[in-house]
Design a protein around this ligand. Structure first.
Ligand code: B12
Ligand SMILES: Nc1nc2c(ncn2[C@@H]2O[C@H](COP(=O)(O)OP(=O)(O)OP(=O)(O)O)[C@@H](O)[C@H]2O)c(=O)[nH]1
Ligand SMILES: [Mg+2]
Length: 424
């Protein structure tokens, strides 16, 4: 589906496929090839990465409300592994999500027959043309995203977000989009999930250039949240860009999300589907759904990698304000002083982090950015962070600042790793 060519007001939603690799034994290029090919054919690929347990794949499939799970396996053990994923999906009441995949020459015909009996939808063998495989996937795994009263817990929430995404459309003209947004408000029964309380949740928007470390930093902040709020739940809405030529997308923020495996984390990826704001057009409705669920103390919204002019969260008042506070994340290689002056979000962000402080340019960057913030005269403090390192004191301080703004319990310090309490 090409956004540029489509003129329909509400184009069919792209198929969302979750891909993962159980163990990477050196055969890492196959999943990359498959992901790229899927996106090239207009699919949204939620990529989980390597070394994924069956429970991790199942959790992600539920929260992402994936149409289908695709597993690439070259390390052996496929008969047991695929069965485990299928069984866990069924056991959790999500057996409607099919599981399929491939492993080149490592999965034999006899293996595939047995796997089919055990519930795997199908296996693609070496030699299958990529074109025919893509055509079959698009034909067989498309589905209408309808409300489903049987879905419980995270799947019910996930389906409400899917419906919000579909309703927001992509190429709808602004007037139609506003109508669809108001239809997509939580008064719409399709977007209501079982409420556990009144609307709540402190919403923090996280923006910054592509690759600055937003997702990694969010993951480290998640760890601090889990540690310091023993009963709280956190939601992450991770926006990534759709390709304007094909309509497909590689939604890759889960690759950095180690702590998304915790029971108290809800993680959902959103493709921009032609929206040029740095967020999916469904983001306002999605935030509403999460808030009205009453389940979350903190809701983090990651924008796509944004440029100098962007205002994804409406913090300058030109459009609806979507967040309670905003965090702008920069890496030390932003260019020079003139580039810093151009970045609008540095004027309005409540919090600013210079990430990748392990980089040789960080020292100079820190001085330049702090000077830029001083010129704003708003008392903005620069938080130096190294998100790639666990227990970074800069991330501790940043979390403390967020907790203060959001009325959350502050971290007790990063000396203890957060325990991964998972149910399966
Ligand atoms: C490239 C390759 C390598 C490269 C990997 C490079 C990399 N960075 O990935 C290198 C040279 C490193 C390598 C090394 C080895 N390899 Co090798 N390798 C291959 C080869 C030729 C292609 C794999 C590939 O990436 N294909 C590209 C994908 C897209 O195509 P495909 O694999 O044919 O998959 C099809 C479908 O299965 C499907 N598919 C695959 N995954 C998925 C996922 C989803 C979601 C979907 C929908 C579909 C799908 O898509 C394709 C459609 O045509 C395969 C042969 C084969 N075809 O399997 C052997 C193969 C997998 N390797 C093999 C072996 C033995 C090895 C080595 C042990 C060799 C050695 N003695 O050192 C090492 C082990 C690596 C290690 N442990 O470190 C054997 C495995 C035998 C077995 N039964 O286990 C194979 C089958 C070759 C053979 N016939 O003997 N290998
Ligand atoms: N050296 C170093 N690398 C980091 C740090 N934080 C993140 N990275 C790495 O930077 C790369 C990009 O990180 P992400 O967290 O995916 O960045 P992002 O801003 O979310 O990227 P997009 O969502 O694509 O815009 C990854 O390889 C991370 O491991 C850091 O503090 N130091
Ligand atoms: Mg990211």
């Amino acid at each position: 589906m090409a956004f540029a060519k489509s003129r329909r007001a509400t184009p069919a939603a792209p198929l969302r496929i979750l891909t993962a690799v159980p163990v990477c034994d050196g055969h890492d290029s196959a999943v990359t090839t498959i992901n790229i090919e899927l996106a090239r054919h207009g699919l949204e690929v939620i990529y989980l990465g390597y070394h994924q347990a069956a429970s991790a794949i199942v959790r992600a499939a539920i929260q992402e409300d994936a149409n289908v799970v695709g597993i690439s396996s070259y390390n052996g053990g496929h008969i047991v592994f695929f069965k485990e994923v299928v069984d866990q999906l069924k056991k959790s009441g999500n057996g409607d999500i099919p599981v399929f995949g491939g492993g080149g020459g490592t999965i034999t015909l006899a293996d595939a027959r047995l796997m089919k009996k055990q519930g795997t939808d199908r296996i693609y063998f070496a030699g299958t043309s990529l074109e025919s495989m893509m055509a079959e996937i698009k034909r067989d795994f498309a589905r209408a995203a309808k409300p489903n009263a049987r879905f419980k817990g995270d799947r019910a929430l996930a389906r409400a977000l899917t419906i919000a995404e579909c309703r927001a459309g992509s190429l709808t003209p602004p007037s139609a989009r506003n109508r669809s947004r108001s239809r997509g408000g939580v008064s719409d029964p399709a977007l209501q999930v079982k409420r556990t309380g009144s609307a709540r949740g402190f919403v923090l928007g996280v923006a910054g250039p592509g690759g600055a470390g937003k997702s990694t930093l969010i993951d480290e902040l998640t760890s601090r949240f889990l540690q310091s709020n023993p009963a709280g739940r956190i939601a992450i809405l991770a926006n990534d860009p759709s390709h304007p030529d094909t309509g497909g997308a590689i939604l890759g923020d889960r690759v950095s999300a180690i702590y998304a495996q915790h029971d108290r984390v809800f993680f959902r990826s959103l493709a921009t589907r032609g929206s040029l704001t740095g967020l999916s057009a469904s983001a306002p409705a999605a935030i509403d759904v999460l808030k009205k669920s009453g389940e979350f103390d903190l809701i983090l919204v990651e924008s796509v990698g944004v440029g100098q002019e962007s205002d994804p969260f409406g913090i300058f008042g030109g459009k609806q304000r979507l967040v309670d506070a905003s965090l702008f994340v920069l890496a030390p290689y932003y260019g020079g002083l003139i580039q810093l002056q151009k970045i609008a979000l540095l004027n309005g962000a409540d919090l600013v982090a210079l990430n990748k402080c392990d980089h040789p340019m960080a020292h100079t960057a820190r001085a330049e950015i702090q000077a830029r913030l001083n010129q704003n005269g708003k008392g903005q403090i620069l938080h130096p962070t190294t998100a790639a390192k666990h227990f970074d004191p800069g991330v501790d301080q940043l979390f403390a600042a967020i907790a203060k703004l959001g009325g959350l319990t502050e971290s007790t310090g990063g000396e203890k790793p957060c325990r991964m309490e998972v149910s399966s």
